[in-house]
Each structure stands twice: as structure tokens, then as C-alpha cells.
Design a protein around this ligand. Structure first.
Ligand code: FAD
Length: 457
């Protein structure tokens, strides 16, 4: 068992915790990062499965994610664009696959007009409310007490338009059904990406990938931190008390190490805070707030083929179908790879349904759904893999956490508030880059700056 003395203990070696640790070290403080898993990177993870390199977690970067883009440059990591040449596929309410070009779904004029109306409304709200303090806006309560599903239907009677617009945030981002979160939570998601229009534009939001995989960000940050990162070290207990100088004495107990420090940063998703015993217990407000933050559920499906067969028929590999089992499909071929890879997503209640099936039956159902867009060749991949973050003890869902109905305006203002020496850092608490690696890095920097300020005691 290690016994360490540091200024700050960081719990969690994902991009947020590692960024915080790096910034604190730069500022002259000593750190230890305790990580539960046998690897760093958290929800970013590159692995080789049956000979194919797969990004099992977070991978895409968009042009507004400037903090991540700057860090990639600083770490000498290259990026490459997602393949997007050719036509896309769309399956609407009639269930018939249709090819289309450009950014607009091939829907009837009335549906298109209704979709444009909803996009304009959401763009307006995102611009007006912004990502930093959505709970403080005069419309916060009104928007937070109606589900996104019902808000859409309040503004449009066109079911196809509501389902298509719903998909961009519900299945596509929060990975919860649109009845399970509020319109305010949807506005935060849009504002955090610059606008709702950005979320509808896959060429923007899913613009580029990192050569060699996004996990390298964390691997390189951890390399810099060296022995200050301790793996296989789930934190079980955080004890703290005030000291005589107006600061705090902290003792953090994990399976591999006990660290005595002055500050703790909890750099884990909020749904996992309650896995740790806090002594003294957290205040009532945090106990309540943390029960209203939960992760969504999505299966990220990887299918690798001997060649990107869809490109030969002039298809980009991009497919949408709000009613399809696999709601979105993209060409996810690795940089310089001659094989072709598709990635698809099965979200929320559809994921529940296919997890009721056996593995083979589920694989068949998922591949048949992809084949519904791209043809029978999709049925026979060389490598098939389902990222199942819901089964990961140290994550328990995907992509990130959001508040249930009414939670964002009720608790949001307190989500960053430190409790004694304990600070909170996660992509799931970010404004810009919320639920993304960029937001994780922004939060790591912000939290490190707050700890540095408090360390001047
Ligand atoms: P995490 O990455 O979750 O790191 C938290 C760390 O804390 C983990 O390593 C965990 O093991 C550790 N931990 C938990 N509990 C304890 C404990 N008690 N003691 C010690 N350690 C603990 N983002 C994008 O930008 N682009 C994408 O394309 C994208 N796609 C995604 C696809 C999937 C399938 C998933 C799951 C996520 C995706 N994301 C994407 C989101 C992105 O991966 C996350 O926003 C980001 O990884 C969050 O970083 P974090 O450091 O806040 O948390």
C-alpha cells in the first residue's frame, strides 16, 4: 500500500482529471491521480479487437472545440476528416430508404418547413440562454418543467418533424428518450455546441478524428505525470476536517494508496459520486442533486469490412432513421486503413430492447438495420463489436450525464460548488463542450484554477 503526501488528490484519470493534474503541477502544486481502472482515458479508449483498431468511446472533434484542438496541437497529435463524399441515406415514417445529397433530409415540404421552424426556435433559445448558467434565465423553470418530447409537439403537429428534431438531442446526444429530460436540458446541449444547427450538421459536429485515437490525449498527459498516476486504485473513502490555518486536512483511501492532501478533485461522472464514502457525509443539497444526474444508454456498434463497399455505389456511409433500430450510421474508417469501418448507434429504449436478446440475435438485428440503409453487404462484417458502457463498473452508461426533468433549473447553480476541500470536474458539468472531451478539458482547467485560488489561503 502506498502512503503519499500531496497538495491535491485527483480522483479519476479521464481527460478532465488528467488536465486538472497537469495544470496544478504547472502552477507548482504536487498531485496524485488515483484511477480505478487499469488504464487512463475513462470514456475515451482505443483498443484492438480481432485485429481492428476501434475507438470504443469518445472520438470526434468539431471546429468549435477549440480547447481540445489546441491541446491536440500542443501534444503533436494529428487529426483527419471523417469520410463524407457521396450521398447519404434516410429512412422516414414510411420505412423506405431514400438517397439524398446535402444537409437536408428528403422529407415532404410541410415536414421540411416544420423542421426548419423547430430548428430556428431552438437556435433562438440556445443563443438567448447560453451554456454557462441556463438555470439563471427567466425562462429556465418554464422550459425545465416540460419534457423535450412535449415541447416539440407543443410547437409542431408534424410527427416526422418532431421525431427528426428529437433525434439530434435525445437518441443522438443525451441518449435518453425525449420524454425523460426537459426542453431546458435540450437547450443547454445545443448552446454548448454553439447552436442547435451545429447538432444537425454531422459535417460540423462529427468533423474530425485523431490519428491513432482520442485516448492518446489521456495517455500523453499521463505520461507527463509519470508516477503521480496510480492505476487499479478505486477511491473508496474521502475523509476531511478543517485544519488550524483555515484550510483542510484530507485523507483519500483507495485500493492501492492512501493520500494525505489539502484538496480533492472528483473527476468522475456525477452518477459515480455516491460510490465513494464521504466522511463527513456530503450536505443534503449534494445528496439530492446527485440523485437527479444520470447517464443515458447507447450501444456504439463497430462493423469492419474488407473494403468500404458503400463508397463504390456513391454513398458516404452516413444514414439517418429516427424510427430505425440503428438511428445513425457513419463511415468510421481509420486513417490510412484499406478496410472499411461503419459505426452505428442504438440508443435508449431501443438499446433496452436489443439487450433483451441473446448476443447473436442482437448482432443480427443490428446488422439487418444497417443493411436496411446500405444493402446486404453490410450483413457480413469481418469484425463486429458493440461498445457497452452500461456494463462498465466505472462509467455505467453513455455518453454522459444529464439532469432528469426539472433538475437542471433546480440544482444547476450548485453543481460546481466545492464542499470543504472537495471540487468537482467532469465533461458532464461543462458549459461549452458539455458531454464532450473538449468540455472535460475546459472543466479540468477551470477546476485547477479554482483550487489554485483556494490554495493561496
Ligand atoms: P471520464 O472519461 O469518464 O473519466 C473519469 C475517470 O474516473 C475514469 O477513468 C474512471 O475509471 C475513473 N473513476 C470513476 N470512479 C472512480 C473512483 N471511485 N476512483 C478512481 N477512479 C474512478 N466525446 C467527444 O468529444 N466526442 C465523441 O465522439 C464522443 N463520443 C463518445 C462515445 C461514447 C461511446 C462515449 C461513452 C463517450 C463519448 N464522448 C465523446 C464523451 C467523452 O468520452 C467524455 O465526455 C469524456 O471522456 C469525459 O471525460 P471525464 O474526464 O470528464 O470523464
Amino acid at each position: 500500500m502506498l502512503n503519499l503526501n500531496r497538495d491535491v488528490v485527483v480522483v479519476g484519470a479521464g481527460p478532465s482529471g488528467l488536465t486538472a493534474a497537469r495544470e496544478l503541477k504547472k502552477a507548482g502544486l504536487t498531485v496524485a491521480v488515483l484511477e480505478a481502472r487499469d488504464r487512463v482515458g475513462g470514456r475515451t479508449w482505443t483498443d484492438t479487437v480481432d485485429g481492428a483498431m476501434l475507438e470504443i468511446g469518445g472520438q470526434w472533434v468539431s471546429p468549435d472545440q477549440t480547447v481540445l484542438l489546441d491541446l491536440l496541437q500542443e501534444l503533436n497529435l494529428q487529426t483527419y476528416p471523417r469520410y463524407r463524399e457521396g450521398q447519404s441515406m434516410y429512412i422516414g415514417r414510411d420505412g423506405i430508404p431514400v438517397r439524398y445529397a446535402g444537409g437536408t433530409f428528403p422529407v415532404d415540404p410541410d415536414t421540411e418547413a416544420e423542421m426548419n421552424k423547430l430548428v430556428a426556435l431552438l437556435d433562438g433559445l440556445a443563443a438567448e440562454i447560453g451554456p454557462t448558467e441556463p438555470w439563471a434565465h427567466p425562462k429556465a423553470r418554464e422550459l425545465d418543467t416540460i419534457s423535450f418530447h412535449h415541447w416539440l409537439r407543443r410547437h409542431s403537429g408534424n410527427e416526422e418533424a418532431c421525431n427528426n428534431i428529437g433525434l439530434f438531442i435525445a437518441g443522438g446526444m443525451l441518449t435518453k428518450p425525449a420524454h425523460a429530460f426537459s426542453a431546458l436540458q435540450a437547450v443547454l446541449m445545443a448552446a454548448s455546441a454553439g447552436s442547435f444547427t451545429h447538432l444537425t450538421d454531422e459535417d460540423f459536429i462529427l468533423d474530425r478524428r485523431v490519428v491513432g485515437g482520442m485516448q492518446q490525449v489521456s495517455l500523453l498527459l499521463a505520461q507527463e505525470l509519470g508516477d503521480d498516476v496510480v492505476l487499479d486504485s478505486p477511491v473508496r473513502t474521502i475523509n476531511w476536517e478543517p485544519d488550524a490555518d483555515g484550510g483542510h486536512r484530507v485523507s483519500v483511501e483507495s485500493d492501492q494508496a492512501t493520500v494525505n492532501a489539502r484538496f480533492v478533485i472528483m473527476a468522475v461522472p456525477p452518477n459515480l459520486y455516491s460510490r465513494v464514502s464521504f466522511n463527513p457525509p456530503l450536505p443534503r443539497r449534494q445528496h439530492q442533486m446527485h440523485q437527479h444526474q444520470s447517464l443515458g444508454l447507447v450501444i456504439k456498434v463497430h462493423a469492419v469490412y474488407s473494403r468500404p463497399f458503400w463508397r463504390n455505389s456513391g454513398l458516404s456511409g452516413t444514414c439517418f432513421g429516427a424510427g430505425s433500430l440503428v438511428q445513425e450510421v457513419y463511415d468510421n474508417t481509420n486513417f490510412g486503413d484499406t478496410r472499411g469501418t461503419l459505426v452505428g448507434f442504438v440508443s435508449d429504449e431501443k438499446a433496452d430492447a436489443v439487450f433483451e436478446l441473446g448476443a447473436e440475435e442482437r448482432k443480427r438485428a443490428i446488422l439487418e438495420s444497417i443493411a436496411g440503409f446500405l444493402g446486404a453487404e453490410a450483413l457480413e462484417p469481418e469484425v463486429y463489436y458493440e461498445s457497452d458502457w452500461g456494463s462498465e463498473e466505472w462509467t455505467r452508461g453513455a455518453y454522459a450525464s444529464s439532469y432528469d426533468l426539472g433538475g437542471l433549473h433546480r440544482y444547476g447553480k450548485d453543481q460546481h460548488a466545492p464542499v470543504g476541500p472537495i471540487y468537482w470536474s467532469s465533461s458532464d458539468l461543462a458549459a461549452e463542450g458539455y458531454q464532450h472531451v473538449d468540455g472535460a478539458i475546459r472543466m479540468g482547467r477551470l477546476t485547477a484554477a479554482r483550487v489554485c485560488e483556494a490554495a493561496k489561503l
